[in-house]
Structures are given as structure tokens and as C-alpha cells.
Ligand binder design. Sequence first.
Ligand code: AOF
Ligand code: ZN
Length: 361
Amino acid sequence: MAAAIRYAMRHVGQTATNPSVATLIVRDDGEGPRIVGRGVTAIGGRPHAEPVALAEAGALAEGATAYVTLEPCAHHGRTPPCGEALVAAGIARVVSAAADPDPRVDGKGHAILEAAGLAVTRRLMAGEAAETVSGYLNRHREKRPEVTLKLALSADGKLGSKGRGQVKITGPIANAQTHLARTRHDAILVGAGTVLADNPRLDCRLPGLAGRSPTRVVLDPRLRTTAEMAIVRTARETPTLIATFADADPHRRAALAAAGVGYVACEADPRTGRIALPELLEDLAARGMSSVLVEGGAETAAAFLDENLVDRLVLLRGEADIGDDGIASPIDVAAARRRFRLIREYRFGGDHSFEFARREA
Ligand code: AOF
Ligand code: ZN
């Protein structure tokens, strides 16, 4: 199962509304177990993992054990249910990790297997498997995507400088990590201030990962994004959504729409007058998004932290100071250690990466 979970990691964030699931078909003909078929949910979400693994195993599936990182599906989509495919192939035993909360499955996959006389073992390494489907589970259970906040901090805890425009905070390896992190999410979200100040592309430009960029979402209450911005000019290649109020300037909205930009109608938070983030996240979940990477700036990051909407926090800390004209970060490593649970820590040259998860209530 550990091998299957590592395999499932490969397509996390790349399977549209589907979770990235892996299946390994294992048999033991007396010389120890060997893997005779493997499958991971395809990029885009179909085919599912099981038919791919069964096709590779062929006749060797007869009497074998299937390790699946998520309960096999039970519904007729474009293909027959994976539960039925496992039965038809003569699989003897199915070991699953995470349960599938999709109401079309939710126990029915296991039931198909048991009704056909297969041995079923549930929840093997379920916690580890949940890491690969955490966004998907979050979307089904909380009706909102999992939110990861990523911030690059200088050694003195600044996010950038007020006068000097964009400043380099971390080196090339940490920057490549950011691009890789983007491919693992369904959406990248930034505030309009970041778009106006830096005119970023917010796509994934690592070799081999072109065309795997998530949807870009801009929080833009006053609709300041213009048709000249890079994210608008590339909106036909990489989907772009502007989140703004329903009464935003209709001419500007039409200009952006003509460039291929989508629009999310937002409500105002009655307390602050800002875009109401929980409702925005619900809207993104309804569009099938399971994971959102929030990439700043300071005000956007603070809003997500203040509303306790951050599930995961990634702090990349460089080795140089920015100094007095720096923009203070709403959270530093010490504060993050108190509020979140540190799950991973890396060093890239002089840079540090800290990954935190929400503390369980
Ligand atoms: C599996 N194996 O590899 C995956 C599963 O829209 P569809 O027909 O592709 O179905 C989507 C649902 O399939 C999704 O919500 C989840 O329940 C399941 N995903 N199931 O047996 C897989 N990716
Ligand atoms: Zn399936």
C-alpha cells in the first residue's frame, strides 16, 4: 500500500475533479509477492486507476490481490464501475486505504466486492492515503477546497519591499518548489494588488510540466485587473477567474470576458466589506476545485489567516534581510510553529522550507 500511495502522489492536482488514485495488482505464486499490474488515475481524471492496472495484469489478475488507495467506484460513468471490473477480472482480495465520500460510492464499492465473494480489507494506511486525497476529501466533507497558503519570507520576516518593487527572496531551488507546488493544486489565488504590482504569470514553467498550470483566481473587489495584465493575455491557454462583486463596472467586466476571463460573483463580508472568502471557496468547490494555493500578497494572506481558512501553510525563508521598507508578513516561522503543526522541513542552499498543517481541533 505504501508503494501504491507513492504512485498516487504522481498525479495529485492533475486529475480535474477526480482524486488521484493508484492500484497495484499483486500475486504470489510461491516465490514471494510481485506486482503484475499498476495504474494511476490518468491526467484529466479518466481512465480510473483500476482498469489500467487490470489491463496490464491481464490473465494474471485471476486470484490476485488489488491494493487500491481509495475505495473502488460503484457508479456507471463513462466506464463501468471499477468494483465490477475487479470482480470480472477474477481478483480474489481487495485491500483499500481511504473511503470514498462521493455519494455515488460511499461504501457501495466495497459492497459490490463483498457481494461477489471477494475478501475485502479496509483502511490499510488510511491516514497516509488521505495525504493524496486530502483536497478531494475536504471538498466533499467541508464543501470547500483545501487551502494552502504559501509565503516567501526574508530572514527578517518581510514579504517584499514597499519601494523597490519585486525583490528576490529565495533562490532557484525554492522557486522550482513553488512551480511544482502549483501543479499539485487546482487553483492559484492571489489578490489584485499582487497582479497590479508584479504582473505575474502564475503558471507552471518547470521543464516537463508545461500545460499543467492550475486555474488562476484573482481576488479583485474593485475590479482593477486590466486586459493588459499577463494573466489576462494568457487566459485562453490557462483558465483565469476574477472574483469580484456583482455590481462591478460592467464595461470592464465585458472587456475581461472578451479576453476569455471567467468571473465569480462574490458577496461582501458584512463586517469588513471585503470579499466574503468562505462563500468564494464554496463557489470554487462547486466548480469541482479541491485545492487552492494562496500565493499572496500580505493582505490576502492575512485575510485567509484571520478567518482561519488556512489548512496548510508553506513558509519559504531566504537568508537575506529586506530591512525597514519591507512589508511585514502576517505570520512568521515562530508564530506558525505555535498555531500550526510542522510536518516537513527542508533546506535548499541558504533557503529553508517549512510545511505546516492545521492542528486538529
Ligand atoms: C476509482 N478509481 O482511479 C478514481 C475514482 O466522473 P467519473 O465517472 O470519473 O467518477 C468520478 C468519481 O470516481 C470520483 O468522485 C470518485 O468517487 C471516483 N474516483 N474511483 O474507482 C479511480 N479516480
Ligand atoms: Zn472507478
